[in-house]
Design a protein. Sequence first.
Length: 261
Amino acid sequence: MQEDSPVQNENTPDTMTEQPRRARQRNRRVALGAAALVALGLGGVAVATTGGDRPAPTAVSLDAQSRAEAASRADRSARESAAPDSPSATPSASPTVSPSATASPTPTKKATAKPKATAKKAAATTKPTAAWVNPMSGAAVTSCYGQRWGTLHAGIDLALPSGTPIHAAAAGTVTKAGDAYDGYGNSVFIDHGNGYLTHYAHQSRLAVTVGQKVKAGQVIGYEGSTGDSTGPHLHFEVHQGMWNQVDPAPFMRARGVDLGC
């Protein structure tokens, strides 16, 4: 009878110890390979795992572990270079303002004060007083120059209430102030220095004296009814030389004054 040779059972203690160790190594290599594929972005490579005692697929090898480590180092280096605290990070360029873009201040024009008008210039622009005026403005004409009752009425009669002021028709010098003969009553004669005199008769009261200088429009007396008068009025005459009466209407009209005749 042949003696049985000892046959090692696959379930011997050495075999039972070796199998779990190899399975753990296989699982570790599979995990490292999967991590490498994810880091490199190679989603298209499928990692197949097998169960039981079959060896791991050839797609996952020891070389995959080194590639995963290299990719991890490269990824870490890229992230560190992009970090804000990294000294190698290039600071963003801050915008610079071009000198020409800066608006230069526009010089303010200094206002110059206009010189004040001198008193002489102001006097020149003042409207001058009229050379000739109506001796009793607003009065009603009761009689004009001409024949009346068979004799010459040598002036114009102007009527307003008694006491109305009488004004000098133009500037001149008073040559007579008082009672005049031939029925004129209280009268004033003014010599205007141009060969003409004006005569203001029948006044109730005089306001000037002989030799006095008067201006056009100045009050020389007040209306009345002295002398040969039928009522309060001013008898106004113009003389070309003493007692050479002329019609006052055209004479005054030529000088801008309308007496109403």
